[in-house]
Design a protein around this ligand. Structure first.
Ligand SMILES: [Zn+2]
Length: 353
């Protein structure tokens, strides 16, 4: 997992394996392959609008959780476009533009994560050509509320195994009210576009420090961990390297933090202490503390939701209530970085066909 992250940073993309702990992919050119349904007439972007293309890029697939390899879009793919179009319609223009660069939105029958996103890494001079997303099918079939979905996800970090999307009484309670009271899909899709926009604009960026030799070709993890955040990059706000937070944000229970494909995780007994330790950091959510990439995608989501209207994200432990939307408002370093990033001329992937 760590190895892949570093490859991503370098744009080497030597492997296409999914990062098991997170929800994004960087593919090599030619690896994103899918066959549309016979009824799905595809129009190049020049001949249609980004919104009209949504129906053409939906692709219901058999479950593999991996976008690599040729995937056949199944009959009925187009019928999943309605909830996605609804999200498109309420998003700010800057996020809507990211739809134009999508080649495909996979509708995944079953997977551990809620969704994933990815890009196809091309020659650095051409920028990103090709991007894609995968969304868990039930999120498109039913308008699950954000409280159920993010409560279920939060509890996963404490080792609670519950059917989707059930909140168990023994875990932390989460309450999320999104602007416009739309379904959890609104948050999920903004988060995934956050990854695509991060990769297209190098929000997270790492470099081998001056005077150091980083022998990345050896594939040795210790060599990758020598890389440090580029000054003024998103990474520089919280991260010592691509894997570990800066010392002042590296709280003790961070070492057991894991959501997906975990070898170790927090337990219910850690709930009170975990949030006490997370509170003084500048990580806006639990998931944001996982890696620089999730940190960006979560913070990007908070920024965009704040543009969309009033909303709230609360976590309640047996002893304490935490307001994450308030935390974001008070996290000046990240909030102001994100505002100026978002207001610049953002780069977007171009679709590969
Ligand atoms: Zn993510």
């Amino acid at each position: 997992m760590r190895f892949l992250i570093c490859l991503i940073l370098l744009g080497l993309s030597l492997t296409s394996k999914a990062n098991p702990s997170e929800d994004f992919f960087i593919l090599k050119p030619g690896e994103l392959k899918f066959i549309r349904t016979p009824g799905q007439q595809f129009s190049p972007l020049a001949q249609t609008t980004c919104r009209d293309r949504i129906r053409q890029i939906m692709c219901l697939v058999k479950s593999t959780q991996n976008p690599v390899g040729t995937r056949q879009c199944l009959p009925g793919s187009e019928s999943f476009a309605d909830p996605v179009e609804k999200i498109y319609d309420i998003l700010p223009e800057k996020v809507q533009k990211a739809f134009c660069g999508l080649d495909v939105i996979y509708v995944e029958e079953d997977m551990e994560a809620l969704a994933y996103a990815g890009i196809v890494r091309q020659d650095p001079t051409k920028g990103v050509v090709g991007s894609f997303m995968g969304i868990r099918k039930i999120l498109l079939e039913q308008a699950y509320d954000a409280t159920s979905v993010f409560g279920w996800k939060e509890q996963k970090a404490f080792g609670i195994k519950a059917p989707p999307f059930v909140h168990m009484p023994e875990g932390p309670r989460v309450e999320v009210a999104l602007p416009g009271s739309l379904s959890a899909l609104q948050y999920v899709m903004i988060h995934e576009f956050g990854h695509i926009i991060d990769f297209s604009n190098k929000a997270n960026d790492f470099v081998c420090p001056a005077g150091e030799t980083c022998k990345l070709e050896t594939g040795d993890m210790a060599e990758y961990q020598k890389l440090v955040p580029v000054p003024n990059s998103w990474s520089a706000l919280s991260w010592k390297n691509a894997v570990t937070p800066k010392d002042n944000y590296h709280f003790p229970l961070w070492d057991n933090l894991c959501f997906y494909g975990c070898n170790k995780s927090l337990s219910v007994a850690d709930v009170e202490q975990f949030y006490r330790e997370l509170a003084p950091t500048n990580f806006v959510t639990t998931y944001a503390a996982v890696s620089p990439f999730e940190d960006f995608a979560e913070s990007f989501t908070f920024h965009v939701l704040s543009l969309q209207g009033d909303w709230s994200y609360q976590i309640q432990t047996p002893q304490t209530a935490y307001s994450l939307d308030q935390k974001w408002k008070n996290t000046w370093d990240k909030k102001s970085w994100m505002e100026s990033f978002y207001n610049q001329d953002l780069r977007y992937p171009t679709p590969s066909n």
